[in-house]
Design a protein around this ligand. Structure first.
Ligand code: SF4
Ligand code: SF4
Length: 278
């Protein structure tokens, strides 16, 4: 045993993940409910059974922040850089972390959007709460994150889910559903509705129609993320007044904070040329 306790191991792994560049890191159990059963090869057009080593016990989930100023320009080709950079950092972190764990003598499989649904695992690992826009909302980078994970059999202490008022705020706010250009985000209360085969069965939640969403991306030749830009949680939290505002949004003042967000026109699109004057 390399570490005296799973708590000590978890502390070490989080320290190393942050050293490799992870903005947030949490750990949960290896929960097969969120695993994809098959993987599909775009090259061969064939699917085959998911292959993971036996005996995995934990999932380390990491989140990488996306650039606030770039996200203000969505939808745009330029804003794709925020997504691409998030995933590039993600790849570096999960591959390096998996190698570190293998060097300790344990199994470790790095994964990005493949192998398992990332958001349920991230919620279980205490990285954030689920929003109406179908995304993870973290306490610090809010909806502006990209997720990666490492499956391992290294004995690790697990984190607990956290709550900081997102559900109550989303119950009142509909900015993402009102601004989605293809109506892919629900306006109503959470349900078990399955729009199509791209949705998971049997989970009561706000379910985004992913196929409508992705068709819009394809038509635009670019990703979208309007539901991230307009979200009142998407702010620059280096500014103290935004940090204060978000604390008030978790209280009975949430309606006022939502009114203020609209009044001050937060979430308005910024012209890409303002970010990149040529
Ligand atoms: S990314 Fe765009 S199209 Fe997709 S759900 Fe969000 S706002 Fe709608
Ligand atoms: S825009 Fe409003 S309803 Fe949508 S996820 Fe953000 S806070 Fe929730």
């Amino acid at each position: 045993m390399v570490f005296a306790t799973p708590e000590e191991a978890a502390k070490d792994v989080k320290h190393v993940a942050r050293a490799f560049g992870a903005n947030r890191v949490g750990i949960t159990d290896f929960d097969r409910r969120w695993l994809y059963k098959h993987k599909f090869s775009d090259m061969s057009k064939q699917s085959k059974a998911q292959e993971l080593p036996e005996g995995l016990t934990s999932v380390i989930v990491v989140a990488q922040a996306m650039d606030y100023e770039l996200v203000k320009t969505v939808p745009s080709a330029l804003s794709g850089a925020a997504t691409g950079l998030g995933y590039s950092h993600d790849a570096m972190v999960v591959l390096s972390l998996a190698q570190y764990i293998r060097n300790l003598g344990y199994e470790a499989v790095a994964s990005m959007n493949d192998t398992a649904l990332a958001i349920p695992l991230a919620i279980k690992a205490g990285l954030g709460e689920y929003g109406r826009n179908g995304l993870l909302i973290t306490p610090d980078y809010r909806p502006r994150v990209r997720l990666g994970k490492v499956f391992t059999n290294l004995p690790l202490a697990h984190d607990q889910p956290l709550s900081f008022g997102v559900k109550a705020f989303c119950d009142q706010c509909q900015k993402c559903s009102q601004n989605c250009p293809v109506g892919a985000i629900p306006k109503d209360a959470p349900t078990k509705l399955q729009h199509n085969q791209s949705n998971i069965k049997g989970v009561k939640k706000w379910t985004v129609n992913g196929e409508k969403c992705f068709s819009y991306w394809a038509a635009q030749n670019s990703d979208c993320s309007i539901c991230i830009r307009v979200c009142p949680y998407n702010k620059d939290y280096r500014k103290w007044w935004n940090r204060l505002g978000i604390k008030l949004a978790a209280t009975s003042l949430r309606s006022f904070m939502l009114w203020l967000d609209n009044k001050l026109k937060f979430g308005k699109r910024q012209q890409p040329k303002k970010w990149w004057p040529l």
